[in-house]
Structure formats: structure tokens, C-alpha cells
Design a protein around this ligand. Structure first.
Ligand code: FES
Length: 177
């Protein structure tokens, strides 16, 4: 249960909002960290915690690309292929990532390490083509840099570096008033 996994974080989130239902996105963020993706259990957990209908939580999970409705790898390579990035070679980058990892776009490697997805504009068009991996931007990419990124992430994993940069930063931010 979310409240058991993150009692201090939930308390901190609730303290920020006059109506606890307004805390739905940060609660979903923690739920995804806890369950790995917005599974049916995760959605029910968030809904029960915030007195929402599960369908309300589900609709948010479907709207925001940072919430995953299917299991994903430890590292989610979200490659922007909106127009400015597409004009700078995003489609080649998607193909290169899929070929290197031996998966289709949207798929996850057998070892559960990597998922490759395409996403709409991530507001870094001046640094196209780019991707986001676990909330960290990687910009001005080419196939050489992409290869290096994948190798670096494999090394991070082997070295025990926490992969969820965004969630860790989010948890830290909750400690600040
Ligand atoms: S189109 Fe890719 S970041 Fe804007």
C-alpha cells in the first residue's frame, strides 16, 4: 500500500493541498515508483487514498505520458519524435535504439532494462533530437551519443546507481518546506 511505502511523503504531499484530491498527480508519481507502473492495484490504491473513483485516476494515467499503463523497463528511453526533433533525425534515433536493444518501439528488453517509446514535444526543441530517460534529458543526440548513453546506463545499473532520478529528486523536494 502506498501509505505504508511512503508515509512521510504522503503526509508531506497532503500538507501542500487544501483538498487531498488535488494531490493526485504526486500520489500517482509515488504509486508508479512503488508498483513499477500504473497497474490496476496502483490505480485503486491512489483512488482509495484520495477518495477518488479509480476511473478518475485511470484517465490521468492515460493522459500523461510519464505514467505507464503497462510494465516498463528500468530505464525508459522516451524519444521525442515531434516535428522539430523529427526534422533533426528522431526517427533514425528510434530505429537505432530499437536495433541496438533488439526490440520494437514500445517494447522492453528481455532483461527488463530498457523500454523505448516515442513521445510528443518535450519542450527542448532547440536541442533536437533529444530524449528523456527517467526524467533526465539527453539532448543534441546522434547515434554515437545514443550508444554511449545506453552503455552508461548499463554501467550505472551495474554500479547500483538509482535509476529513478526524477522520483528521487521529487522525494527530496518533499523534505523542503
Ligand atoms: S519537438 Fe522534440 S523537444 Fe520539441
Amino acid at each position: 500500500m502506498l501509505i505504508d511505502d511512503y508515509p512521510a511523503e504522503i503526509e508531506a504531499i497532503f500538507a501542500k493541498y487544501p483538498d487531498k484530491r488535488s494531490a493526485v498527480l504526486p500520489a500517482m508519481y509515488l504509486a508508479q515508483d512503488s508498483y513499477g507502473y500504473m497497474s490496476e492495484e496502483a490505480i485503486k490504491d491512489v483512488a482509495a487514498l484520495l477518495d477518488l473513483e479509480p476511473t478518475q485516476v485511470l484517465s490521468l494515467a492515460g493522459f500523461y505520458t510519464l505514467f505507464y499503463e503497462e510494465p516498463v523497463g528500468k530505464y525508459v528511453l522516451e524519444i521525442c519524435n515531434d516535428l522539430p526533433c523529427a526534422l533533426c533525425g528522431a526517427d533514425d534515433l528510434v530505429e537505432a535504439a530499437c536495433n541496438k536493444l533488439g526490440i520494437e518501439e514500445g517494447g522492453t528488453t528481455d532483461d527488463g532494462m530498457f523500454t523505448v517509446k516515442t513521445v510528443m514535444c518535450l519542450a527542448a526543441c532547440d536541442k533536437a533530437p533529444m530524449l528523456q530517460v527517467n526524467l533526465r534529458y539527453e539532448e543534441n543526440l546522434d547515434e554515437v551519443k545514443l550508444d554511449a548513453l545506453i552503455e552508461r546506463l548499463r554501467k550505472d545499473d551495474a554500479d547500483g546507481v538509482a535509476p529513478y532520478y526524477g522520483v528521487e529528486a521529487f522525494k527530496e523536494s518533499l523534505k523542503r518546506k
